[in-house]
Design a protein around this ligand. Structure first.
Ligand code: FE2
Length: 389
């Protein structure tokens, strides 16, 4: 390297490569064999425990996380839908009060508690998708979800609070910077915000398994074997804003906040995805960050739980405490995978938001009821700068 050359982006791409990961680890340990002997950073424990610290093989049967709606509860949902429609209010006003569920509400609160204080996920089964118009389905979905978390996050700069996750490569032009809008595998990541809800309105012909992994479990594995990477993860990382202003932001990937291990990141901000390549006018990630990024992915994959998504399921996830991923899938004309997403927060049960995330969270959950948009058909999310997110 000459004196004029700055640091280069490591050889790493969106799709993790196990061979490159192993080679990078071997190279770094050869350069500095003392790395695994480093003490953990102050304020980071040797290990964490609790119901959200689990691995895939701890779960044996989906009855452990699937909540089946009874006919009485489905009737309550129809009653709440009729009530909301009788109010003649914009959909942004959907709430626990305007979508009343006399007995189901308490059950949903218990499930919300399990998101923050329990295992961190559950599936509600099954919403009779075909019986509702697209608009009524959106009301039912947002109404039920308001009993899990009443805060609704905006999905883009146009105040949409509902997002459609579907292969949009043929129907929508423009740069697709996110595997979510393709049939491609989505590697382990978190969304922004506290809770993610995903309603399945149609399944793919094959593939598309949804995978979850516990951030606390992954933390324990890294803390035990490579404490030096805990330092790397809790320091600042340069996130590409893909043409935004400023062009990049910095924040940690790992937090220990108020007794909770939080991992919050999306790999594409460090590697780019597809046509949206990582910007060259911003600082590259380091070799240590590249190793840590792969370490997170491969540990999450190894210790993940695969969930079988059925039409009419709503999957709720605590995105502060769990990572998620999705296998590649194949659609056919009768089976076109289509999920509808909400970002939620339950202010009464929520964990403390780590300080570096506070501004993003405040902006996310700031959309006034009368400004919320509920797109009933797929669209590509836009940032204020026009880039896809
Ligand atoms: Fe996601």
């Amino acid at each position: 390297m000459t004196a004029t050359e700055g640091p280069k982006q490591p050889d790493i791409s969106y799709h993790p490569d196990a061979k490159k990961f192993r080679a990078r680890t071997a190279r770094r340990l050869a350069e500095d064999p003392s790395l695994p002997q480093q003490p953990l950073p102050a304020n980071f424990p040797d290990r964490v425990d609790g119901p959200i610290v689990w691995e895939g093989k701890d779960w044996t049967d989906e009855s452990q996380w699937v909540y089946n709606l009874s006919q009485t509860q489905l009737n309550e949902i129809d009653g709440a839908l009729a009530h909301f429609n009788s109010l003649d209010k914009p959909m942004g006003f959907i709430s626990r009060e305007t979508f009343p569920l006399p007995t189901l509400s308490a059950e949903l609160w218990k499930l919300a508690d399990a998101l923050y204080n329990g295992r961190g996920f559950f599936v509600l089964r099954e919403i009779p998708i075909d019986k509702y118009s697209r608009k009524d389905l959106a009301i039912v979905y947002a109404g039920l979800s308001s009993h899990v978390g009443s805060g609704r996050g905006r999905q883009d700069a146009t105040n949409a609070v509902l997002a459609h996750i579907k292969d949009l490569r043929t129907s929508h032009k423009g740069v697709l910077g996110n595997a979510a809008y393709t049939t491609d595998k989505q590697v382990f990541h978190t969304d922004i915000g506290d809770l993610i809800a995903l309603l399945s309105i149609q399944q793919s012909a094959s593939g598309g398994v949804s995978r979850l992994a516990s951030s606390g479990f992954i933390y324990n594995e890294i803390a035990k074997t490579r404490p030096d990477l805990i330092h790397v993860l809790k320091d600042n990382w340069p996130l590409d804003r893909f043409g935004g202003d400023p062009p990049y932001t910095e924040r940690p990937v790992l937090y220990n906040e108020d007794g909770h291990i939080v991992i919050q990141y999306s790999r594409r901000h460090f590697t780019g995805y597809g046509e949206q390549i990582r910007s060259t006018n911003i600082p590259p990630i380091s070799e240590a960050q590249a190793e840590a990024l792969d370490m997170l992915h491969f540990l999450a994959e190894k210790h993940s739980l695969g969930l079988n998504f059925q039409k009419g399921d709503i999957q709720y996830i605590n995105s502060m405490g769990l990572l998620h991923a999705r296998d590649a899938f194949v659609d056919d004309p009768e089976h076109t995978r289509h999920l509808v997403r909400l970002w939620l927060r339950n202010d009464e049960l929520a964990w403390k938001t780590p300080k570096p995330l506070e501004k993003t969270w405040a902006l996310l959950y700031s959309v006034a009821a009368n400004a919320q948009r509920f797109p009933l058909e797929p669209e590509i999310r836009k940032t204020a700068s026009g880039a896809t997110k």
